[in-house]
Design a binder for this molecule. Structure first.
Ligand SMILES: Cc1ncc(COP(=O)(O)O)c(C=O)c1O
Length: 413
């Protein structure tokens, strides 16, 4: 099979895995662990970049999806009819969000697709075409989402003509207020905690300045919660931290929406924004796709919300996060090589100091040697990122902090 993969899919990726001494594949996933072909267990703290939010194959979710599919009857996708079950999921998501209670949902199948839905909604509502995004942000790899990405790596292969957007440093308040006032933008697209970017977090005060500037200039605020949504930050929505009265205009969810079981994403928006795109005569189906909001995905989304509610997952995440961050801050106090701990909830980044430029690689090697999967931040090469399942216990995380501790000591010797 590897030969076929090499021939037909991606030989370069197999080379990379080999260089990192990682198995080319894992044949089974169960809870926090992935199992390789020889049956060895790997603790998975990447968890599909956070998509696998309830662990691999959470029985409460997979059973509901399997039962729905096996029961048959309900059509999978049916363009000539309204997909009524999607309304209940939309209703529950909107109720948990900081959006008004009559906000609407446009479902799709992936994060980038819904980011582009949000862009389309903002363009229809404002009549403008330009967007402002932030350095080191990441919004997906379809062409328009890619044009928002704040790192050259993910804009590679993008023709120059598409670079009409503005990309600024989130810390440079003067720069982004100036840009917003000088040129008409349809929207700003932000991640409240930069996922791929390495964990930088928007503070409430800067966020208030951004929203006020957007209100003043008629720019829509689009929050990309593909990574932060549905429990990851210790809240259902990271957007709950918007100052009262300054809610975003559009929120995008994906990954954790089905706990990584099936592809499903959604853009939630104020009703008048939805009206601008869909409300004109003959435009009721102006946007969509074959599988948008398909039955099995909606069942998975409902099962995920049931799980999050019945197990009070956001509160659990807040507690687990406080514990592991306390331990990591202890490491920082002990090792000068640890520069900062960032992120929110169980999106955790550990950045090493500039005088140890190869330390993240060293820690990664130590993790792999101990069959623990972690991420290196693509934008900050000296940052390690953890996005474990939200159900992880403090014991497993303590073991990982101990592993980092041993690695840091070994590096210093
Ligand atoms: C914040 C953010 N937005 C958008 C995306 C793109 O999502 P997808 O890979 O489902 O297209 C990602 C993927 O990692 C992401 O982290």
């Amino acid at each position: 099979m590897e030969t076929l993969y090499r021939r037909h899919i991606n030989p370069y990726w197999l080379d990379t895995l080999e260089e990192l001494s990682l198995p080319s594949t894992h044949v089974r996933g169960d809870g926090l662990y992935l199992y390789d072909e020889s049956g060895e267990a790997w603790l998975d703290l990447v968890a599909g970049y956070g998509a696998v939010s309830l662990g691999h194959h959470p029985p409460e979710i997979t059973r509901r999806v399997a039962e729905a599919i096996m029961a048959g009857g309900a059509p999978g996708t049916y363009p000539w009819g309204a997909n009524l079950p999607s309304a209940e999921l939309a209703h529950r998501l909107v109720a948990k969000s900081p959006l008004p209670e009559d906000a609407r949902a446009v479902f799709a199948c992936g994060g980038a697709e819904s980011v582009e839905t949000a862009m389309k909604l903002a363009m229809a509502h404002t009549g403008r075409t330009r967007f402002l995004s932030f350095r080191d942000g990441f919004h997906g790899l379809t062409l328009e989402a890619m044009a928002l990405n704040g790192n050259a790596v993910w804009r590679r292969a993008l023709p120059d003509m598409r670079n009409a957007n503005t990309c600024v440093d989130m810390r440079d308040v003067d720069a982004w207020t100036r840009h917003l006032r000088e040129a008409d933008h349809a929207g700003v697209v932000i991640e409240l905690v930069q996922g791929i970017g390495g964990g930088a977090v928007w503070g409430a005060e800067t966020l208030a300045t951004l929203v006020e500037c957007c209100r003043e200039t008629g720019t829509l605020v689009i929050v990309d919660e593909v990574q932060t949504g549905l429990g990851r930050t210790g809240r259902y929505f990271a957007s709950e931290k918007f100052p009262v009265g300054l809610a975003p205009d559009i929120i995008v969810l994906a990954k954790g929406l089905t706990a990584g079981i099936l592809p499903l994403s959604v853009a939630l928006c104020r009703a008048e924004i939805h009206h601008s795109l869909f409300g004109a005569p003959g435009c009721a189906r102006i946007h969509g796709s074959t599988y948008a909001g398909y039955g099995a995905g909606i069942v998975a989304g409902m099962a995920v919300l049931d799980f999050l509610e019945s197990h009070e997952i956001p509160a659990v995440v807040a507690r687990t996060s406080a514990h592991v961050r306390g331990r990591l801050e202890g490491l920082r106090a002990e090792h000068r090589s640890v520069a900062s701990i960032e992120g929110e909830g169980l999106l955790i980044t550990v950045t090493f100091s500039d005088d140890c430029p190869d330390l993240s690689g060293f820690c990664l090697d130590q993790c792999i040697a101990n069959r623990v999967l972690v991420n290196l931040s693509a934008h900050r090469p000296n940052t390690i990122k953890l996005t474990p399942p939200l159900t992880i216990g403090t014991q497993e995380l303590d073991d990982v902090v101990d592993l980092f501790d041993a690695a840091l000591q070994a590096y210093a010797e």
